[in-house]
Design a protein around this ligand. Sequence first.
Ligand code: KG4
Length: 339
Amino acid sequence: MSVYILGIESSCDDTSAAVFKDETILSNRVANQEVHKDYGGVVPELASRAHQQNIIPVVDKAIKDAGITAADINAVAYTRGPGLMGSLLVGTSFAKGFSLANNIPMIDVNHLHAHVLAHFIKEQNEETEHPEFPFLCLLVSGGNSQIVLVKSHLDMEVVGQTIDDAAGEAFDKCAKVMGLPYPGGPLIDKLAKEGNPEAFTFSKPRIKGYDYSFSGLKTSFLYFLRDQLKENPDFIEENKKDLCASLQKTIIDILLDKLQLAAKDLKINQVALAGGVSANSGLRIGLENLAIHKKWKTFIPKFAYTTDNAAMVAVSGYYKYRLSQFVEHDAAPFSRVVF
Ligand code: KG4
């Protein structure tokens, strides 16, 4: 018998709800929060308030889009962490209320696992190819940069991760230094398309194993600009496209070098991308080129499933539902993952 899952995502600054019938998506609504643009980054308290305003209309629309009613839903899956505590509390509290009101179980979802499982979302009337286990997933977002060895839907091992900033943070912080609005990643991507990636060279970290570090790059970018601006106050304006292209190339090289190493050592030839930074066109092209060279099979999610969304939470919830992995109503969210 088919199972209907309502997914709720509220870990950062996107309020999202999705309805699934088994692994197939029926609806996915996302309310973005424009309010943070003026501050150059996500302001946690404003994010929590916006989630409070958005959550009921977003869920209501997702259920209506799916052509069902709340009474048809078998379980509610929600992001328990990691994320901003105030934001997580809104989704968690909503999920508890929905679960109690409809007398259905609640399923807690790890936000990072959900990004990986976005690769298993099935579209209605569409054949989608999914990765086969085991595969490697490069999970790159505003808060995380990880290489994950995915052994099954619910068995994942982080084999490498950032020891400081995430790749998305590197994009956003360097964009801020150049005076670009938040989030800077998409803008750097756009400007980089018209710039020369070889124009400038920035330092790359020397970290052992499969771990990443991006704080040194951010600092070297900042010092480089500070020195250049002393000579020429218009340096950024005159070189913006080349700066973006060179910075983007450095970030991509760092990401793909470690991915390559992990794939070689672990003898994996199926590689996937996930998280907000996987929307980056240079990273997508870089991975495809590497895949030809290494004979990898690659998987890149649809744009809508790269950034934060509830579809990935609902599909994760579905796999836990099949194993009756439910959570009690006293479950508290975690800003860092411990479940
Ligand atoms: O996964 P996500 O939506 O949020 C979390 O961090 O959980 O990722 C957001 C991050 C931001 O840092 C944003 O700048 C980056 O993804 N991003 C991009 C692009 N689109 C989004 N970075 C580079 N190029 C892009 N096209």
